[in-house]
Design a protein around this ligand. Structure first.
Ligand SMILES: [Fe+2]
Ligand SMILES: [Fe+2]
Length: 275
């Protein structure tokens, strides 16, 4: 059976992500190697345990890098990661708890094929799509991308007046035609339903008294399709996995650090508003 290898077509170009993928490949290869000599049941148990633990760590590292790099397709990727961990749990359940699958020589082959497809399938279909966002820029001195459309209205919601002002200036500099500002979530929500309807919203996740998740819920729950699909970018430095899950499930377009790299904002907005 062929061992897995981190070939060039699987490399993302970000050292942390590539090193993590290399380690995940090693865990799968070690399974194949050790299952020849040792008790299959023990080797499979250890492999699934390592994949779950390392997979969880890797996914949260990769998602943090996506947030820092203003990657635009966070929610879909987040849900894929969650589904991958569920798949490993399901394999473990089938072999060790429900015992609906027998553990014999052919199961090593079957699980190995499954794990190869599990990892490589995700890297090829999802992770390679991040390359242009997370790998170092080809030309670091290139001018930041401006907004492609000249008639966009932005809405910024943040109780910190200085930060709100800086963000408004940044958006005006990128070419936003109008920048609406709200100092709290309630006023922001009213503006989102007002005139002009903003083309995108940037909101502090910890906005009071209505936070970013609640705002996401209110927008996505609107019966007006043009409101329900407004891109909502939430700003927060949180690493709290439960909170991030809540934000993603509420329908945020993405979560970004408060001190994000402004160079990538125009590119991100062009991607979101065009879509
Ligand atoms: Fe991924
Ligand atoms: Fe990955």
């Amino acid at each position: 059976m062929a061992m897995l290898e981190l070939t060039d077509d699987l490399r993302i170009g970000h050292p942390v992500i590539d090193a993590d993928h290399q380690r995940l490949i090693e865990i799968i290869n070690e399974f194949l190697e050790h299952s020849k000599a040792a008790d299959n049941s023990q080797v499979l148990h250890e492999t699934l345990k390592s994949l779950l633990a390392y997979g969880r760590d890797h996914f949260s590292r990769e998602e943090r890098i996506q947030r820092q790099c203003l990657y635009p397709l966070q929610p879909g990727h987040f849900h894929e990661h969650k589904a991958l961990l569920d798949q490993v749990r399901e394999i473990a359940r089938a072999y060790f708890i429900a015992k609906t699958k027998p553990l014999n020589e052919s199961s090593v082959l079957e699980v190995n094929e499954l794990l190869k497809a599990w990892l490589i399938g995700h890297v090829k279909k999802f992770d390679t799509g991040m390359r242009d966002w997370v790998a170092p820029p080809k030309d670091p001195d290139a001018a930041p991308e401006k907004l492609a459309s000249h008639d966009l209205a932005a809405l910024v919601i943040d109780s910190d007046a200085a930060r709100r002002g800086r963000l408004a200036d940044l958006l005006t500099g990128l070419g936003a035609a109008r920048v609406l500002q709200a100092e709290d979530g309630i006023k922001g929500l009213a503006m989102a339903f007002g005139d002009p309807v903003p083309d995108f919203i940037i909101c502090d996740l910890e906005a009071e008294p209505l936070d970013g998740s609640a705002l996401a819920g209110a927008l996505r729950g609107s019966n007006k399709a043009y409101i329900a699909r407004i891109p909502l970018l939430l700003l927060s430095d949180t690493d709290d996995a439960d909170l991030i899950q809540k934000v993603m499930e509420a329908g945020a377009t993405g979560l970004y650090p408060k001190a994000f790299n402004p160079k990538n904002l125009g590119r991100l907005l062009n991607h979101l508003v065009k879509g």
